[in-house]
Design a protein around this ligand. Structure first.
Ligand code: NDP
Length: 605
């Protein structure tokens, strides 16, 4: 072991400094000046990586009509917004989705072992409204996809939906005071309102590895799992076709952590190419007892759980922890450290130190756990993550580490360098060729690239101004939801709002309430157009930037999509920040804003 002290989890000042130096060294190895440009945009000769392996594209006639509300994206954002709008009395909501059904992330990510990492009770939206009881504390992908379909059916959202359809033109028609929407299926229709919830992680990316196009074997991205090739199914059948196959997985992020155990148990050979290890803590999944669920499912239960999880996870003083998992544990540890501080030490520097201590201890435990599971000590050492737990997406799994005890599984630790090249038959690192039949790219999704590249459209607002122009100096919104010059338009996402990363859908369900309250108010008062005022948007941005401006993974963190690959994003930093007083304060603020009924910061016509 590099740091024997890690077994003695209470760290001395000396070992803390050693650890921090180690973190810095490891980070340096991974910094790449090209940032996001190290990845390949999937298009042209690579575009087959984007094809839908799950559903056939059905022929249909193009739409030429007018609807009340169009929502681009049929994942959680579109579904919860659609549901709240229907509740508010709208009867003509159209969701446009590039997949063949609702589900978004859960439509595409059907890789084996896909499972939510945040407890189902707070992760799955509208449980109370739909009466669904999750079967596990962390349910698997198919159940979440089914839940998306359940929401779609309950609120009648299928009737008007356009699947396998991509929007390619969105324009505000000033004379008609409505949006014009065009798609790749020849649709051309108008809409009074426009919602956009295209998701932060929906465009797969490939690593820019030399020779990637020369590979002659089979290959696919984890978000387009090819069960026809592997055998098995998203519901858990064994992938028996792989029993005579040599397979490479490139990447060891949250997706790889979930699918590798399923591959390790079946492949003839499995080579896992790791650039940066993930931190993998215990999962402790459990099935839900319906009797227990009946007891907790009293009216208003889900909102209570949501509020409780967010408060626990973001460090508020709360008496009970309903979810009790790895996310809330992080904050509990920090809270305990802070409570141990004498009153005179409750100053930012000391509080930061307390946070850092809690984090160093936690990560030391996570590393020490690897030695207790992984039999080969060199492999165990190479699986250790040297950064703060929230620098990258924390992972939780009870079979991932065991997968490396399978004789057929080989960890290729590239020590921050990544795969060297790909040839017709092999993946190469450090001059050694690993011949494989199949490469699975667990290489993640585009995050920091221009928005219009990820969505395929650049909304044109008042006066012909494009959204990319409005955001030329960084994202600008009121509440992370509305933009000046883009009337009747809403974006549904997390930044410039609560920015709650541990439970992303909570941001969306809350935004849906805000949209429904604005639109509901307009219906009642017979108003046609709403837009954020110049002042409303400007003062919101000023407020956001008055905070630390801190991004998720700070610039000291190991590079990744949380911190723009470790490169200062400049003005684009605005699209990484949230409400300066944290998610609990944001949800409280926006609830009061909605309830006040004054809609401060908006202008109506
Ligand atoms: P990530 O972006 O997290 O991981 C991509 C992986 O590819 C990283 O390990 C990266 O290494 C590696 N990589 C990139 N380039 C190379 C290269 N040239 N050579 C070798 N390796 C390379 O993508 P994921 O799909 O794993 O996860 C994306 C996000 O999706 C998660 O962070 C999470 O938010 C979400 N997710 C959520 C789940 C859940 O809630 N249950 C499950 C799965 C995903 P490096 O780290 O060095 O960049």
């Amino acid at each position: 072991m590099i740091f024997e002290e890690e077994m003695n989890i209470s760290l001395s000042a000396n070992s803390k400094e050693k650890l921090k130096n180690k973190y810095r060294e490891e980070r340096k190895k991974r910094l790449r000046p090209e940032g996001n440009d190290q990845y390949i945009e999937i298009k042209e000769q690579h575009s087959y990586y984007l094809e839908d392996p799950y559903m056939k594209v059905e022929e249909r006639d193009p739409c030429r009509d007018h609807v009340q509300f169009t929502f681009i994206g049929g994942g959680f954002a579109g579904l919860v917004t659609g549901a709240r709008l229907v509740e508010a009395g709208l009867n003509n909501v159209r969701i446009i989705e590039k997949g063949g059904d609702f589900g978004g992330t859960w439509y595409w990510n059907r890789y084996p072992g896909a499972q939510c990492d945040t407890a189902s009770f707070v992760y799955m939206p509208l449980l109370e409204e739909t009466g669904h009881m999750p079967t596990e504390k962390y349910v698997h992908g198919p159940e979440i996809l089914e839940h998306c379909q359940r929401i779609g059916k309950k609120y009648g959202l299928y009737e008007n939906a356009l699947f396998h359809t991509q929007v390619n033109h969105v324009e505000w028609l000033e004379k008609d005071q409505r949006w014009l929407i065009k798609t790749n299926r020849g649709d051309e229709f108008t809409s009074q309102f426009l919602g956009m919830g295209t998701g932060p992680l929906h465009v797969p990316k490939l690593p820019g590895i030399n020779g990637i196009e020369s590979f002659a074997g089979h290959s696919f991205h984890t978000s387009r799992w090819d069960y026809e090739y592997t055998g098995g199914s998203a519901h858990g059948g064994r992938m028996t076709n792989l029993s005579d196959k040599r397979v490479a997985v490139i990447g060891t992020g949250a997706t790889a952590v979930q699918c590798i155990p399923h591959l390790a148990s079946v492949c003839k050979e499995l080579h896992v190419f790791q650039r940066t290890p993930s931190s993998v803590d215990v999962r402790n999944n459990e099935t839900i007892d319906p009797e227990w669920f009946k007891e907790i499912a009293t009216p208003g239960w889900q909102q209570k759980w949501l509020d409780n999880f967010t408060a626990n996870q973001t460090g508020s003083q709360v008496e009970e922890d309903l979810v009790k998992d790895g996310w809330t544990e992080i904050s509990r540890r920090v809270r305990e450290k802070l409570m141990d501080l004498p009153k005179e030490d409750l100053v930012p520097a000391k509080m930061w130190e307390a946070y850092e201590d809690a984090d160093l201890e936690k990560m030391s435990e996570i590393r020490a756990r690897i030695d207790t599971i992984v039999e080969d000590s060199e492999v165990a050492t190479n699986l250790k993550a040297w950064y703060g737990q929230l620098c990258k997406r924390p992972c939780f799994h009870d079979q991932y580490l065991d997968a490396f005890n399978e004789p057929s599984t080989n960890l290729v630790h590239t020590d921050g360098r990544g795969v060297e090249k790909i040839t017709e038959k092999a993946v190469v690192f450090s001059g050694k060729k690993y011949e494989v039949d199949c490469i699975i790219f667990a290489s993640g999704f585009e995050v920091g690239t221009p928005l219009e590249r990820r969505t395929g459209f650049d909304p044109i607002g008042k006066g012909g101004k494009k959204l990319s122009e409005h955001w030329a100096e960084g994202m600008r919104t009121l509440h992370g939801l509305q933009m000046r010059g883009f009337p009747n338009a809403f974006i549904v996402q997390a930044t410039q709002g609560a920015n709650l990363i541990s439970n992303y859908p909570h941001n969306l369900t809350d935004s849906a309430k805000t949209i429904a309250s604005i639109v509901g108010h307009m219906q009642e008062a017979r108003l046609k157009v709403v837009e954020t005022s110049q002042e409303g948007e400007a003062s919101w941005i000023e407020l956001l930037m008055s905070g630390s401006g801190a991004m998720l993974g700070s610039q000291d963190c190991t590079p990744g999509y949380y911190n723009n690959e470790g490169i200062d994003p400049g003005p684009a930093r605005k699209s990484f920040v949230g409400y300066p007083y944290g998610p609990v304060a944001f949800f409280k603020y926006i609830e009061e804003w909605r309830n006040a009924g004054v809609f401060d910061g908006l202008e109506f016509e």
